[in-house]
Design a protein around this ligand. Sequence first.
Ligand code: BG6
Length: 471
Amino acid sequence: QAVVKPFPDHFLWGASTSAYQVEGAWNEEGKGPSVIDKASFHDGITDFTVTSDHYHRFQQDIKLFAELGLKTYRFSIAWSRLYPQGDGRLNEQGLAFYDRLIDEICRHGIEPLVTLYHFDLPWALQEKGGWSNLATVTVFERYARTCFERFGDRVKYWLTINEQNIMILKGEIIGTLPPGTPNAQQMLYQQNHHMMLAQAKAMILCHQLLPEAKIGPAPNISCVYAASARPEDVLAANNFSAIRNWLYLDLAVHGRYNAVAWRFMEEKGYLPAVTEQEMAILRAGKPDFIAFNYYASATVGADLPGEAREGEEVQQVEDQQLAGIDRTVYVGTNNPHLGRNQFGWYIDPVGFRITAREIYERYNLPLIVTENGLGAFDTLEAGNKVYDDYRIDYLRQHIEQLQLAIDDGVALFGYCPWSALDLVSTHQGIGKRYGFIYVNRDEHDLKDLARYRKKSFFWYQRVIASNGANL
Ligand code: BG6
């Protein structure tokens, strides 16, 4: 029997968080509000004011991460902690916090992996049009420069923008686009263009200022299955993948618009305004690697008139994906071959291997996984124990497939599951937990915010210690 290649030496076993989901201290020490803070004021569940209180407890948390054995820790910097207004005055207290955090990470021999921007645009910029405003590109570049200059002596791995594709595909939900914006879809693709420019400028700057550092994008990439072997379904799946995945990575890596995605935007009236000078900037910005987040695959079929999709509960995906290319309407379909988690998300470990291969074959750049994990309602049992075997199963199956992807020839250098410790989910509160470490609080009762190691903590500790051999 063929032996599967082991994980490479120095593989970056890690775990991830993002600032607004874990830090709390939303208005402390000079931090300005972000779009997330503003959105949470209107919604009882997604309260990001305290979250896991990592801001005040990071030393304890990093100590636990070191005990877990993390080789890398992926976290994001809150832009509005450094620049409360997004631009203008720099907040020294915010810089000092990230100095302390990064020092603590390094002191424990953990490699910091920093996301510059994870959904939390400073509110002051949103009030000036946010990403619809071309000026935000320059402001982001300034913010990125501040991060590189201040933290670049210790941070070697940088991520530009988390899940830019999801911000565009679900802009009204994540808060990228103010609700009620006219011509919302067209505006989102204009924002996408601006974010791409911001990313390219940050990559160029990073290479200028920090020749030893590495930087890359961090989209959410999912392989897209055709609902059947019917050619129209395969075409629909290809179209959807172009719009969901390749539009973003083709721009990030090659600085060019994906032809099918461009045609889609043209046909729907969503084309962004683009200049040749901007395209030159996009071509000049080169990532050193591709980071990607993966939770589940997607399945898509053609919705041909008069044809019922027998046995498939057809549900429409986002309105903008109901495209008209080739007179085919795309619909997200059920996949009877996959199970789902408590929140209805598909569980597809093999799709993880397929996704890693697709990305690597298309772009031939080293890959790192920056999110993958299982959200679940955990129960704190007697003795402060959490028996999250379901999470262990999910992670084990995904790591197995990752190893097979490496065996297939994919150059993968790290894996950072979501999330290092419990944090507030983007839309489903603290009750939807992802962490290796339990944070003792409920949705509305903050309790003592104590940290408890879950069963998955001890399991992942063994995985890391054995470099993936002991799953
Ligand atoms: C990713 C985000 O989309 O998925 C995270 O980068 C998010 O911020 C994660 O928390 C899981 O999604 P959710 O909605 O379950 O929190």
